[in-house]
Design a protein around this ligand. Structure first.
Ligand code: ADP
Ligand code: MG
Length: 718
């Protein structure tokens, strides 16, 4: 674990700690830290194996094994002294456990606790598994807001921590560490081992930050911080100690991202493509509408990047329907105006075709040569297009990502636009093959990225945000439709179809396989065609249909020949049929929030008000919150933040999923303020010392490389 401490400080490494506060051990710091676990106080041959199971092999492993939690015994009270309206803790014994199902279908688990003849009842709603968390006679630390009801104290959803019977090292009025354990090793043994290792090592630790830096940024020195993160004097010290490590962890990440970002910028050479006033006027004349202020702003950001010789590496995020395509077309035409090629890559065939139709229509009166390359274009014309692209006889290419990445060779590519990419990580942004220089890159996403993620896993991209919708956009009225309202909803849906509108019915993708998908959509279709929607013309789209069948179905829908399209969520996001203003989403609790919002975005594009019926019987609080958020907000950015919060704390989404090592101590929800601070500070440091070459930054530089050198492909910084 090289994240919190720089290994092997060599002779050239400056020590920021002053000589005076440094005990001079006979061994070097590195030797002391490398002490095998078996030589630590409180560890015998048997415990060595147990520690090994926890990946704790050396003294250093043990001291950087941060507590996963704390028991705050500073405000533990006897039950008799509880007060309402305060967050308090109680240590009590489990007497009895019961669980029942209430009239409205909620499970209630109740646990009765006792302490010196006093009783307290704790309750959990809709968490049936809590029943199995307790055994009679067990000692538990409960923290929550007590309430006096029916002659007895109660706590709803208190936090529970188990207290060991032999836990007599717990002097009241202390904040105690809680470590991850393994069978055979208990909490107080682990605490003793940690304490022993700390006593042995803490004085040899080297500080990675210069002393003035610590002072200026309100950070505790590592020795004090490490002692206090394990055995804090009180809550305030714990916060300060934790802050030091959270800051360090996020700062090192931000340094790595800042280095990466500078690198991507400085290394490549792209053609400078300036949007001169003349080019700007020409492009705007082609567009069938006035650009919104938001579109103008992001176009300015993009144009500024493209005018430079460093490859643009920009993410454009904008809610569904916010008009990203026009922005992309603008940028592509700037490239074309300079005699370069541009490519627009869509994730699916249907979207590629739609973009191609939009672009061809816009450019009908111009001399721009456009080609479509997808899997369903017959091989002869496709080979011809590929040849012309390679020969520079095509200016603007629209295609699917798979084909463009795999097979195309460009003569003079100036700009690549990647549309609707949801799940792309720092490492996955594949580059296009091209002889000579790099193109500029613009990635567009309709799933807004929560701010913290934009600052971390996407921190090496420049981000442009399109927040507002084009004018005269209709809101989507969204309803949560429970079992009792189904009939009413379908009545309404039929009435609107009768008025000439069109609609979608979306069924969830239950199974992974295309066969199962096809079957479930087909079933839904049959049921509707013989039931709720029998008076209307329905069509179905699913993954087992070939491209021709899909296009035929989409074209018929676009032309108004069919009134309702039955499909799963896999069917293209971003399909644009202005007359389609109705949507029913079946089994909506199976969908993620972002996905539901995306789906709903398809009916927001017309001149009529849109209505979305979310058919669901949410069974957990979380899915209820998700659906409530969807009904309550039509803003993708707001929903992205809600979703991010609902998905729980910590690292998760964040780093690992995007190919970065997990965060050990920082929590993306809780530590956003420190994150912003670390980001600002890291940027300032890299601006001043781009390669972290100054002697006082050597340890930081080493830490950045040890942690992110591989995942961010930093090679050797500098
Ligand atoms: P998305 O951001 O989801 O890709 P699109 O680019 O497909 O959104 O735009 C959605 C719709 O809004 C399209 O029909 C497009 O023609 C229209 N649109 C885009 N920009 C404007 C504008 N400035 N004024 C009016 N309509 C616009
Ligand atoms: Mg789009």
């Amino acid at each position: 674990m090289d994240i919190m401490h720089a290994d092997e400080p060599s002779a050239d490494a400056p020590t920021n700690a002053s000589a005076a506060d440094r005990a001079r051990p006979a061994k070097t710091a590195a030797e002391v830290l490398a002490t095998p676990a078996q030589f630590l106080a409180g560890v015998g041959p048997k415990r060595v194996d147990l520690l090994e199971r926890l990946d704790l092999r050396t003294a250093k492993d043990v001291i950087f094994n941060f507590p996963r939690d704390y028991q705050d015994l500073t405000d533990v009270r006897p039950i008799a002294e509880l007060e309402e309206g305060k967050l308090l803790s109680v240590v009590a014994t489990v007497e009895d456990i019961d669980s029942r199902v209430s009239a409205n279908g909620r499970t209630v688990v109740g646990v009765l606790f006792s302490q010196s003849g006093q009783y307290l009842r704790a309750m959990w709603f809709n968490m049936p598994f809590m029943r199995d968390h307790f055994a009679r006679g067990q000692s538990v630390l409960l923290s929550g807001q007590p309430k006096y009801a029916g002659g007895r104290w109660e706590m709803v959803h208190p936090r529970v921590q188990y207290v060991e019977a032999d836990d007599d090292d717990a002097p009241r009025g202390k904040v105690l560490p809680v470590y991850s354990l393994t069978e055979g090793l208990n909490q107080s043994q682990m605490r003793n081992i940690a304490r022993g290792a700390l006593d042995q090592c803490v004085d040899v630790l080297d500080e990675v930050f210069p002393a003035e830096y610590l002072a200026e940024h309100n950070l505790w020195p590592i020795r004090r911080a490490l002692s206090q993160v394990h055995f804090p004097d009180d809550r305030a010290s714990l916060e300060q100690a934790r802050r030091r490590f959270v800051y360090q962890e996020l700062f090192v990440l931000q340094l790595a991202l800042a280095v990466k970002r500078r690198r991507t910028r400085d290394d490549g050479h792209a053609p400078p493509l300036e949007a001169s006033a003349k080019i700007d006027a020409r492009i705007r004349r082609l567009l069938p509408f006035e650009l919104t202020a938001g579109q103008r702003r992001v176009i300015d950001e993009i144009a500024a990047d493209m005018a430079g010789a460093r490859p643009m590496n920009r993410l454009l995020q904008g809610d569904v329907g916010s008009g990203k395509t026009a922005v992309a077309v603008y940028a592509m035409l700037v490239a074309v105006a300079h005699g370069h090629q541009a490519v627009l890559m869509a994730p699916t065939e249907v979207l590629a075709r739609q973009h191609f139709a939009t672009v061809s229509q816009l450019l009908a009166g111009s001399q721009v040569r456009v080609a479509l390359v997808t899997g369903s274009v017959p091989s002869a014309p496709r080979a011809e297009s590929e040849r012309r692209i390679a020969a520079g006889e095509i200016d603007l290419v629209v295609g699917t990502q798979a084909i463009v990445r795999g097979e195309l060779e460009f003569a003079k590519l100036g700009l690549a636009v990647i549309d609707e990419q949801h799940k792309f990580g720092v490492r996955q942004r594949a580059m296009l093959r091209q002889a000579g220089g790099d193109p500029h890159y613009l990635v567009m996403t309709a799933t807004p990225i929560p701010r913290t993620l934009a600052m971390t896993v996407f921190g090496d991209l420049d981000v442009s945000t399109l927040r507002e919708q084009p004018p005269n956009r209709q809101p989507v009225h969204t309803y949560l439709v429970g079992a009792e309202q189904r009939e009413k909803w379908w009545d309404f849906y039929r009435r609107k179809l009768g008025e000439g509108r069109q609609g979608y019915v979306i069924t969830p993708l239950v199974e992974e396989s295309a066969e199962m998908e096809a079957m479930s959509v087909q079933q839904a279709y049959e049921a509707l065609a013989n039931g709720e929607l029998e008076a209307f013309k329905l069509a179905v789209v699913h993954g087992r249909m070939n491209a021709e069948e899909k296009h035929a179905a989409m074209d018929a829908f676009r032309a108004g020949d069919t009134q309702v399209l039955v499909a799963t969520s896999v069917v293209e996001v971003g399909v644009d049929v202005p007359n389609a203003t109705l949507m029913t989403i079946e089994d909506a609790e199976r969908f993620g929030l972002a996905q539901l919002h995306q789906l709903r975005g398809r009916i927001r594009r017309g001149k009529y008000p849109a209505y979305c019926g979310i058919i669901a019987e949410p069974k957990t609080d979380e899915s209820k919150s998700r659906l409530d958020a969807l009904v309550g907000s039509d803003d993708g950015f707001e929903l992205a933040e809600v979703d991010f919060r609902l998905r729980g704390p910590g690292d998760m989404l964040g780093t690992r999923q995007h190919g970065l090592p997990p965060l050990m101590i920082a929590d993306m929800h809780r530590d956003t303020a420190i994150l912003e601070e670390a980001r600002r500070d890291a940027k300032a440091m890299i601006d001043a010392d781009p390669a972290l070459a100054l002697p006082e930054h050597l340890l930081l530089r080493r830490m950045v490389l040890a942690r992110y050198g591989h995942s961010l492909d930093l090679g050797d910084v500098g």
